[in-house]
Design a protein around this ligand. Structure first.
Ligand SMILES: Nc1ncnc2c1ncn2[C@@H]1O[C@H](COP(=O)(O)OP(=O)(O)OP(=O)(O)O)[C@@H](O)[C@H]1O
Ligand SMILES: [Mg+2]
Length: 362
């Protein structure tokens, strides 16, 4: 069993009459990168702030490294929790040098200047800012400032790193680069991390496990691949990937976990599930555009359906088509840079076997 580095049990938090985090339990293993993903206002920041000790839960317990830091009648102040935190705003002191900014948490703890300098240098090295220590902090770019903020979070050797949308103020290119660097750094150091974002691409790339939150509650936890392939609700399917979601009803159960369904438009397919899918039950059919492809019309292959191209958008790595499937719009992602098929072109839609899934109807 991996060591549990951070355990949340039954956390609850209200602001006035509004409950914003409800009965939230989560266990983060040592070395794990957990991403909390959910729409704006679902309680991500509140959860992170409770772990940090910046908010007091109304109910529940928080343990870090096996020690209870928050429980009824017990509350360890943030400065006494072994955590490092990186926020969306860099929170860099403008009147200090880069090195002084990074070493600031050590100064607060009364650590000697020489040790402060050494440790600041070590973490600046880690984030790729080896020679920037003596520079004034204001001379840095946004990306460099966020690296300084990361170095400052690392300097006290925290048991747990907390991130709250740290990359969302940066432009797309830089965001993608820092994302890759951050993941590499986390792998190298093995630092247990909890990272909050509402950006699914960021979550999918960074996470060992994604925790999907909706309205203060965890709705699903799993590896990014699991959430893609086995969303338990329409909300998860829509949030993790822009999937096709088609209202349907169950026609028959063919095998355990497999059923034949028919969409409102009359399209029939086999789909996987882990719900009670008896005939007549209304469901939502989930099919990812990237699990589909377009072939020449009349292709004899199994799992093929006649469609007509309605339109297409070139997306660099591929073309996203909208086709008419039994008259209803359906998205297909075709990889490559081929010239797109014109609207009106008949084609054959092939859905990779075993990839269609049904979730309870909404
Ligand atoms: N100090 C506060 N006082 C009152 N309400 C608050 C306070 N902090 C947060 N809230 C409310 O609690 C809810 C959850 O807020 P939270 O900041 O945790 O959301 P979030 O998931 O981080 O959203 P975002 O993606 O926009 O950052 C929101 O409705 C917010 O308005
Ligand atoms: Mg937030």
């Amino acid at each position: 069993m991996p060591t549990v580095k951070c355990a949340l049990q039954g956390l609850q938090k209200s602001y006035g009459p509004r409950e914003v985090v409800s009965d939230l339990s989560l266990s983060v293993a040592e070395g794990e990168f957990v991403v909390i993903l959910g729409p704006s206002g679902c309680g991500k920041t509140t959860t992170l702030r409770m772990i940090a000790g910046l908010e007091r839960p109304d109910r529940g317990t928080i343990a870090i490294d096996g020690a209870i830091v928050s429980a009824p009648g017990r509350f360890v102040r943030p400065e006494h929790r072994a955590i490092g935190m990186v926020f969306q705003s860099y929170a860099i002191w403008p009147h200090m040098t880069v090195s002084e900014n990074v070493a600031y948490p050590l100064r607060v703890r009364g650590i000697r200047l020489r040790e402060r300098r050494e440790r600041a240098e070590r973490v600046l090295d880690l984030v790729g800012l080896s020679n920037e220590g003596p520079r004034p902090a204001t001379a840095l770019s946004g990306g460099q400032m966020q690296r300084v903020a990361l170095a400052r979070a690392l300097v006290s050797d925290p048991a747990l790193l907390l991130f709250d949308e740290p990359l969302s103020n940066l432009d797309l290119k830089l965001r993608e680069r820092l994302r890759t660097e951050l993941k590499a750094l986390q792998r190298r150091t093995g630092l247990t991390s909890v990272y909050v974002t509402h950006d699914q691409a960021e979550a999918v790339e960074l996470a060992d496990r994604i925790v999907v939150m909706q309205a203060g509650r965890i709705v699903q936890i799993g590896r990014p691949q699991d959430l893609y392939r086995e969303p338990r609700t329409r909300f998860v399917a829509e949030f993790i990937a822009a999937a096709n979601i088609l209202p349907a009803i169950v026609l028959a159960a063919t095998a355990p976990g497999v059923a034949i369904v028919r969409t409102a438009a009359g399209f029939e397919t086999e789909a996987r599930h882990d719900i009670a899918a008896s005939p007549g039950v209304p469901v939502d059919l989930v099919i990812h555009p990237e699990d589909c492809t377009l072939l020449a019309p009349g292709a004899p292959a199994q799992h093929c359906h006649a469609v007509e191209v309605l339109g297409s958008r070139f997306q660099g790595t591929g073309t996203r088509y909208t086709v008419a499937l039994h008259g209803a719009p359906f998205d297909v992602l075709v990889l490559g840079t081929d010239e797109p098929l014109a609207p009106g072109t008949p084609a054959s839609l092939r859905i990779a076997p075993g990839r269609a899934r049904i979730v309870p109807a909404t």
